[in-house]
Design a binder for this molecule. Structure first.
Ligand SMILES: Cc1cc2nc3c(=O)[nH]c(=O)nc-3n(C[C@H](O)[C@H](O)[C@H](O)COP(=O)(O)OP(=O)(O)OC[C@H]3O[C@@H](n4cnc5c(N)ncnc54)[C@H](O)[C@@H]3O)c2cc1C
Length: 469
């Protein structure tokens, strides 16, 4: 689809300078973090007709009204740092760059909440909160480039999720422009839940009210385990002592951390535990219970000298890539209880080259980032094959009662696996009501059909293709 002149003129009239359809802009917006081989472009249309940067909520409203009237797909985009294709067009149409929206940030110290625009970069939000003695409860490690709206729409977790949960657990209210152009505020958890992880398919979030917490000092503790099964036991028991964050690596990834950042961590399964600690007695007390818990779980305590300053590397996983010509990643959420064997098999996959980095996202589940690094640039076929191999490993994780981290484009069709049957029904009913013409981010959440073979869904095609690698 390419915008007809008459339709283009309507958008230009309402968005003026905020409307762009030059080739360079469109190319810049044609991908997110995932660098996919050109072959995949046969299946979807990742180049938009135009990019718009509205500055006000009224402009967003007008944009959606025009898009619904003319049946033009609208794809919201913020930092573009997610790797699931959620902010990449599937059927051309218009990309709305949310970062153009006027920024707003109002801290309510008595309510312990903050009112913020979705375009706010998370590190900036945290900086403003810290200046007043507050902090976000949890946040993604794409801290310096992701926006708060993008994190919510993608359905994220992150640092601090072990104690405070993910994006959903922090939202008190959301203002949304629905695809019909109606502006609405949602304050009930059940309503808010619809917009978390649905990738802007139900409209565009224009204002957020979040819970915040006091900025309590954080202290790190470390331990190691000899095998994935022991690691799982360790994660389970450490979760019970209520830390702020539980972050871990497999031996391959530890080797990389040592080389890149000059640590000499033992090349075993390493867990870094962070606790909010206000007083020395609290620290001593936690230290005792941590040591006891690790020993009971069969692990070894890491002397704290081994992990000096390691907390400052929580945002630097991707910085390690600078030594490499190519990389591939995927991510899954797994329950501790049923995933020990899966983790064991995964560690030996792809000739033992797989890097694993995890984070507890509550007391029972952890997110697991899988990485592959390459010294040479991969050719398109090898890249596709290896990508599918990682994809297959995520699908295998579903058998261990896990689920993909997010839907986006690549895991469209897995919303029910992630959020449950009842929630999927609510999602579909609401989608029908607010987006009868299906213009808000088509191709995401509900599995799209292939461009060249419309009888086959992208979900089926990826599943089949990954079986053959
Ligand atoms: C180094 C690195 C570390 C990361 N660590 C984490 C992590 O710890 N936890 C985690 O969850 N993710 C992580 N990610 C993935 C990603 O960065 C986050 O999910 C991020 O929060 C996405 O925000 P964004 O602003 O880049 O959104 P985008 O990628 O631009 O968009 C994400 C989705 O949200 C939709 N969207 C964006 N804005 C809006 C809006 N205002 N209204 C409605 N829909 C909207 C888009 O259409 C898209 O579907 C990481 C990525 C990188 C590169």
């Amino acid at each position: 689809m390419t915008l007809k002149n008459k339709v283009r003129t309507k958008f230009v009239r309402h968005l003026g300078k905020g409307f762009r359809d030059d080739e360079t802009t469109i190319r810049i917006y044609s991908r997110d973090l995932a660098d996919l081989p050109p072959l995949t472009k046969l299946f979807y249309n990742n180049t938009a007709d135009a990019v718009v940067l509205p500055t006000t909520t009224d402009e967003v409203k007008k944009l959606y009204e025009l898009a619904t009237e003319n049946k033009i797909p609208v794809t919201p985009r913020s930092g573009g740092t997610a790797g699931f294709g959620g902010c990449v067009t599937y059927k051309k149409g218009i990309i709305v760059d949310v970062k153009g929206l006027e920024s707003e940030l109002l801290i309510e110290p008595f309510d312990q909440s903050v009112l913020v625009s979705p375009s706010t970069v998370i590190s900036e939000l945290q900086r403003q909160l810290n200046l007043q003695g507050f902090s976000l409860c949890s946040y993604p490690s794409s801290f310096y480039s992701a926006t708060i709206g993008g994190w919510i729409a993608h359905g994220g977790y992150g640092v601090g999720s072990a104690k405070y949960g993910g994006a959903l657990d922090q939202i008190l209210a959301l203002d949304v422009v629905l695809p019909t152009g109606e502006m609405k505020k949602f304050t009930e958890k059940e309503d808010i839940r619809l917009f978390v992880g649905s990738n802007g398919t139900l409209g565009l979030i224009t204002r957020i009210q979040l819970k915040i917490k006091f900025d309590i000092p954080l202290k790190q503790f470390g331990c190691t385990f000899d095998s994935p099964l022991q690691l799982a036991k360790g994660l389970k028991e450490i979760s019970e002592i209520d830390p702020y964050s539980i972050w871990f690596f497999n031996p391959k990834h530890v080797e990389e951390i040592n080389q890149s950042f000059g640590y000499s961590l033992p090349e075993r399964y390493v867990i870094i535990v962070t606790k909010e600690i206000s007083y020395e007695e609290e620290e001593n007390e936690f230290n005792l219970s941590f040591n006891q818990t690790v020993r009971n779980a069969g692990g070894q305590i890491l002397d704290r000298r081994y992990i000096t300053n390691i907390w400052s590397f929580r945002f630097k996983t991707f910085a390690m890539l600078k030594e490499y010509k190519d990389y591939l990643t995927n991510e899954i959420i797994l329950p501790i209880e049923t995933s020990g064997k899966y983790l064991q098999k995964l560690s030996s996959k792809i000739e033992g080259q797989i890097h694993l980095e995890g984070e507890m996202i509550g007391k029972k589940h952890y997110s697991l980032l899988m990485f592959l690094y390459f010294k040479e640039k991969l050719g398109p076929f090898k890249k596709l094959r290896t990508n599918l191999e990682l994809y297959k490993n995520v699908l295998k994780g579903i058998k261990a009662k896990g689920y993909p981290y997010a839907t986006g484009l690549w895991f469209a069709g897995y919303y029910q696996t992630i959020f449950g049957k009842e929630q999927y029904k609510k999602y579909k009913d609401f989608k029908k009501e607010v987006d009868p013409r299906g213009i808000s981010n088509p191709g995401k959440v509900i599995p799209p059909r292939l461009k060249l073979f419309p009888l086959i869904s992208l979900k089926t095609a990826l599943k089949l293709a990954s079986r053959f690698v």
